[in-house]
Design a protein around this ligand. Structure first.
Ligand SMILES: [Zn+2]
Ligand SMILES: [Zn+2]
Length: 555
């Protein structure tokens, strides 16, 4: 037993999201989760945030396996970039439950990485990966096929819980494998790396099964159409929304790309059952009376281009909300999304919709266990060492306190951070020297640090110049009130400049008229439309991609 076990979190500590952990024994590596985070409002021009995995780039050859605990973006989403950046001819084997693997497959297909091999692992099955035995242990969470990962080397077993709750009555009838967790504890667990997301909530989390009856009750009070929004990946919630609609004799329309995709994947794996004839297409909604329709939509987090946000801004192709409609938020905002959600809710009221949130009725149950469940996990597995994960520093700290409260030696509880490896050998456990960690940004399909984005902007400017278009629209009806101003710098065309400026003015006017006719009022959305229309127009005429900066002023 001369080896050293290293557990190096590259993401998910001191933050919510981009979970990724490197577990290493004598230089051989298993990566658990490759998650991402969505950018905050101040990260302009950034599409996604990934953990900085430079550490792995330098050690790509040493990776024995990548294991995905479950299909949420903050655990799976970075996989295509990680695989691409590792630059291996043969990527390491990738393991996970059937649903996360199906979701990974669909992601990799979108990135044209069809040849990557993904292997479904059943819980309870053991796989060898270098010095490790990998075992998946079934857990309950807000997405099916969620697993904890036990990695056993000759030094002992590390358990990474992934996201979990102890739901005694899960919708699919499969509670967490408590007896296997207890067995690990009896055999002597070396290290527990546990989810801290809800360490600040007292007691036990409510069961997912409790949400269904509340949905039926809330839906039953609605006289008009119902729009219910939740995470598309929360397949059991979507099931309960479908069931509630069926109970009340309403048809169901699925709206939003990820909602349709996840329901399809869920149906093909048998995680969701949809009664025959209940589904209608979004464009058919108007063929049914309002009291016969439930729309299940994406956008519970107020995401800018999501179906619900578009509906709230009167910008959805098939659905025009009106008074009498009720929107049910069967989700709570992830920290950081509160403003976008509140903005969406306020727009809905403006249209005349009724809005039901978790403040009005228990139409949501968290997928993460509360304090008593974290204690239960600690008591079942009786770890020698504890490293709280998945949470901001406050929740990591509260998780550490919970560990202490159930009798774990305070010296055996490690409050870590991203990039700080916990090293365990026969003599004990301690933090090692920090490794590179942080975030990297994805902009479209390119990857880089923020300096690279600035660099890209500058490159674009130097090669193709910039167009600034200032449009002034009426706050009342969105129509253009003065001719748009077109300013350009560094655009390599001179001959037909005047003519082109005129044409661009025309294109701007046309784009604004279209937006006005579609009832789009929000300045952000108008600018987005204007940007897309103009960029296409300019490329069409000049075969160049200058930076296009639309500025819309409301008067
Ligand atoms: Zn998570
Ligand atoms: Zn999760």
């Amino acid at each position: 037993m001369s080896g050293t076990l290293r557990v190096l979190p590259l993401g998910g500590l001191g933050e919510i999201g981009k979970n990724m952990t490197v577990v290493e024994y004598d230089g051989r590596i298993v990566v658990v989760d490759t998650g991402l985070r969505f950018p905050t409002a101040d990260m302009l021009g950034i599409d996604l945030v990934l953990p900085d995995f430079s550490y792995l780039r330098e050690r790509a050859q040493e990776i024995e396996a990548i294991v995905i605990t479950h299909g949420h973006e903050d655990h799976l989403g970075a996989l295509p970039w990680v695989l691409r950046e590792l630059g291996l001819d043969t990527p390491p084997p990738i393991y996970g439950g059937p649903l996360p693997m199906a979701m990974a497959r669909s992601k990799l297909d979108e990135h044209r990485m069809q040849d990557v091999v993904l292997t479904d692992v059943d819980d309870g099955e053991t796989i060898e990966a270098g010095p490790f035995d990998i075992e998946l242990i079934h857990m309950t969470h807000s997405i099916p096929d969620s697993n904890a990962v036990a990695l056993t080397s000759e030094l002992g077993t590390v358990l990474l819980t992934g996201d979990y709750k102890f739901d005694q009555t899960p919708v699919d009838g499969r509670p967490a494998d408590v007896s296997r967790l207890a067995e690990l504890g009896r055999d002597g667990l070396l290290l527990l790396c546990g989810d801290s997301t809800n360490a600040d909530r007292q007691g036990f989390s409510p069961s997912e099964a409790g949400v269904g009856p509340h949905l039926v009750e809330a839906f039953g009070r609605c006289e008009g159409r119902i729009v219910v929004t939740s995470f598309a990946s929360n397949i059991h919630r979507v099931q309960q929304c479908v069931d509630a609609a069926a109970t009340l004799g309403r048809k169901v329309a699925l709206v939003g790309r990820s909602m349709r995709k996840n329901v399809n994947i869920g149906r093909s794996l048998g995680h969701i059952e949809v009664p025959d004839g209940i589904i209608v297409q979004p464009r058919e909604i108007d063929d049914f009376p309002d009291h016969k329709i439930v729309i299940i939509s994406t956008g519970s987090q107020g995401e800018p281009l999501s179906a619900l946000r578009r509906m709230a801004h009167n910008d959805h192709r098939h659905i025009k909300l009106h008074d009498g409609d009720t929107v049910v938020f069967s989700a709570t905002p992830i920290p950081g999304n509160e403003r976008a959600v509140n903005d969406t809710i306020d727009r809905l009221y403006h249209i005349g919709c009724d809005v039901i949130t978790t403040a009005d009725a228990p139409v949501h149950a968290s997928g993460h266990g509360y304090a008593e469940e974290l204690k239960l996990m600690l008591n079942l597995t009786q770890p020698r060492y504890v490293l709280p994960m998945h949470g901001d520093f406050k929740r990591l700290h509260l998780h550490a306190q919970l560990a202490e409260s159930v009798g774990i030696d305070p010296d055996a509880i490690f409050q870590g951070e991203n990039g700080l490896p916990l090293e365990i050998d026969a003599r004990g456990a301690r933090f090692g020297e920090p490794e590179q960690s942080g975030m990297i940004f994805v902009d479209g399909v390119d990857i880089g640090d923020p300096a690279d984005v600035a660099l890209r902007d500058r490159r674009m400017l130097s090669a193709d110049g910039i167009f600034i278009v200032v449009a002034t629209i009426s706050e009342q009806d969105g129509h253009s009130v003065v001719p748009p101003e077109v300013i350009f710098r560094g655009v390599p065309f001179v001959e037909q400049a005047d003519e082109l400026i005129e044409e661009i003015r025309g294109a701007v006017e046309a784009s604004l008229e279209r937006a006005a006719a579609d009832g789009i009022r929000e300045v952000d959305l108008v600018q987005q439309e204007l940007h897309d229309d103009l960029a296409a127009f300019v490329y069409d005429r000049l075969k160049r991609r200058p930076m296009v900066l639309p500025v819309v002023v409301e008067v």
